[in-house]
Design a protein. Structure first.
Length: 273
């Protein structure tokens, strides 16, 4: 629930920034306005992508779904292994989920974007923008699946096959893992922002440690973190590929103009295609 409220607040913040920029007469030449439009255009692109899936794409979806289901058979054994190795050393080692894959990660993406914007570092600003986009949209997808499936978390009961759909209770929001989704989404963008093996190892390793920490803390089943990681990586990879080969300042050509608007009884976005 807290994650969904945060993501909603994040989107509302983007909306009001765009509105204020237009209200002050700051047009498309503003980096903030351009990036805000890019943020929304990415969401439109992402939403319409399943409508363009071909047979090979649906095979990948089936493979991911099937793999997640097969991992159900290993969930109990992996849970038992993780819980039987609880000790002070491992407590310190598997503590990544307290600092990564949560609100701190969102703050970090905003900080990266802000640094790139203030100090005129286009590549850093771009990495920050893509990280925010990946975090937001992968988080929304995972949040929706959590509610639709309603899988019970390991600490909620013994059965790994207990589902109670359409609940807004955290105990029934196990599949997929939100921390893992967010950490892999941001790590994938950051890893792809620089062609350096050590840099990539750091980011993917950090995401992997978050996933392991969630199982160690009995907050998720192994299949939860698998699906969360796939969603986070896939959304981030999609976003990065959207901008590949495009010059700085180019748009995604989803719509010609986009403006936030207010009236007495409503607010929203006007899009001109």
């Amino acid at each position: 629930m807290r994650c969904r409220l945060f993501l909603l607040s994040f989107f509302v913040l983007i909306f009001f920034i765009l509105h204020d920029c237009y209200a002050m007469g700051i047009g498309d030449s503003s980096l903030i306005v351009r990036d805000g439009k890019h943020f929304i255009a990415v969401g439109v692109n992402l939403a319409r992508t399943p409508l363009q899936f071909r047979a090979n794409d649906w095979k990948k979806v089936g493979l991911i779904t099937g793999s997640t289901a097969l991992l159900f058979f290993a969930d109990k054994d992996i849970q038992h292994f993780a819980q039987s190795h609880q000790n002070p050393t491992n407590n310190r080692l598997f503590n990544f989920d307290q600092y990564y894959g949560n609100g701190y990660t969102a703050a970090m993406t905003v900080g990266v974007y802000g640094f790139g914007y203030i100090f005129h570092k286009p590549s850093v600003r771009k990495a920050g923008l893509q990280s925010m986009e990946a975090l937001f949209y992968s988080g929304m997808i995972t949040g929706a699946i959590k509610v639709l499936l309603g899988r019970r978390r390991p600490y909620g009961g013994d059965s790994h096959l207990f589902f109670k759909p359409l609940q807004l209770d955290a105990v029934y929001e196990s599949l997929p893992s939100g921390h893992t989704t967010v950490s892999f989404a941001v790590s994938t963008v950051m890893a792809k922002s620089l062609d350096n093996p050590l840099w990539k190892t750091f980011w993917y390793g950090s995401a992997g440690m978050v996933a392991a920490s969630r199982v160690y803390h009995n907050a998720h089943w192994f299949s939860d973190i698998f699906l969360g990681g796939v969603i986070g990586y896939s959304v981030a990879n999609f976003i990065v590929k959207l901008d590949e080969g495009k010059p700085e300042g180019s748009n995604l050509h989803i719509f010609k103009e986009i403006y936030p608007y207010f009236s007495n009884d409503r607010f929203g976005l006007q899009m001109y295609f």
